[in-house]
Write a protein that binds this ligand. Structure first.
Ligand SMILES: Nc1ncnc2c1ncn2[C@@H]1O[C@H](COP(=O)(O)OP(=O)(O)OP(=O)(O)O)[C@@H](O)[C@H]1O
Ligand SMILES: [Mg+2]
Length: 239
């Protein structure tokens, strides 16, 4: 689903240069939950923004679902972003003056895909994250865990094959963090591909595979041991 090969990213301001990614290569299969773990400043968000087509690498190749987007123009990149990708961030990035339901429909508006059924679609997306009882609430009237559910529903509205999550439990307490990771696990069980970045080992252990990023390089890869039956919702095995 994702194939990156030798990705580099250099930030330059005046004479100040920071080589943030120094040749990153890996693959993610369809239906896999891959965690990129690394300490603060290791380049996780930089890498995820490139995977999300929000930023361009300086070098290397990026294939998404078989399409080489390395040299693609802005239109092709926006189209791929709208059709294939959903984003979830640490700061939920909800529109404060819009209801939960309205927030979820916004990507349809941006993608000019409003086919008249956007409310029903948003309701289904909210259902998928277990948030049906507060569709008219504003973000400020929702708990952190509820706001992150709205953000996940928004990420799902275009039915993306891939979800990219940057420290999605970073602003949540332990209980809400676990619930959000459960939702992600269900999405992966349903066939979606998930790439999640975190500095937190406890979060990383919820993935299928962990890539360790250090100073702009993948320095290790760990298969996550299968937990004892009953501790994870995919005891029967994911895709
Ligand atoms: N726009 C920029 N200009 C210059 N340097 C940048 C820029 N953005 C990020 N960096 C540098 O790139 C490095 C990696 O940043 P990045 O945000 O990818 O780290 P991270 O692994 O996500 O960290 P954290 O866990 O704190 O979110 C940092 O050293 C940062 O200072
Ligand atoms: Mg970051």
């Amino acid at each position: 689903m994702i194939e990156v090969d030798g990705l580099t990213r250099l930030y330059r301001r005046g004479t100040l240069e920071t080589q943030v990614l120094k040749g990153v290569s890996f693959r993610v299969r369809r239906g896999e939950f891959v965690v990129i773990m690394g300490r603060s400043g290791s380049g996780k968000s930089t890498l995820l923004n490139i995977l999300g087509l929000l930023d361009r690498p300086d070098g290397g190749r990026y294939l998404l679902d078989g399409a080489d987007l390395s040299g693609a123009d802005d239109d092709a990149r926006s189209a791929a972003r709208n059709r294939k990708l959903g984003f979830v961030f640490q700061q939920f990035h909800l529109l404060e003056r819009a209801s939960a339901l309205r927030n979820v429909t916004l990507p349809l508006l941006y993608a000019e895909q409003d086919s008249g059924d956007s409310t029903e679609r948003a309701e289904r997306a909210l259902q998928a994250v277990g948030l049906t009882h507060r569709p008219r609430h504003l973000p400020s009237e929702l708990s952190g865990g509820e706001q992150q559910r709205v953000a996940i529903a928004r990420a799902l509205i275009n039915d993306p094959a891939v979800i990219l999550a940057d420290e999605p439990t970073g602003n949540l307490d332990a209980q809400n963090g676990r619930e959000i990771l459960e939702i992600f696990r269900h999405l992966v069980d349903g066939g979606r591909t998930l790439v999640l970045v975190t500095h937190d080992r406890a979060v990383a252990e919820r993935g299928d595979r962990v890539l360790v990023l250090d100073d702009g390089r993948i320095v290790g890869e760990e298969a996550v041991p299968t937990p004892a039956a009953g501790t994870r919702s995919d005891a029967a095995g994911a895709v």
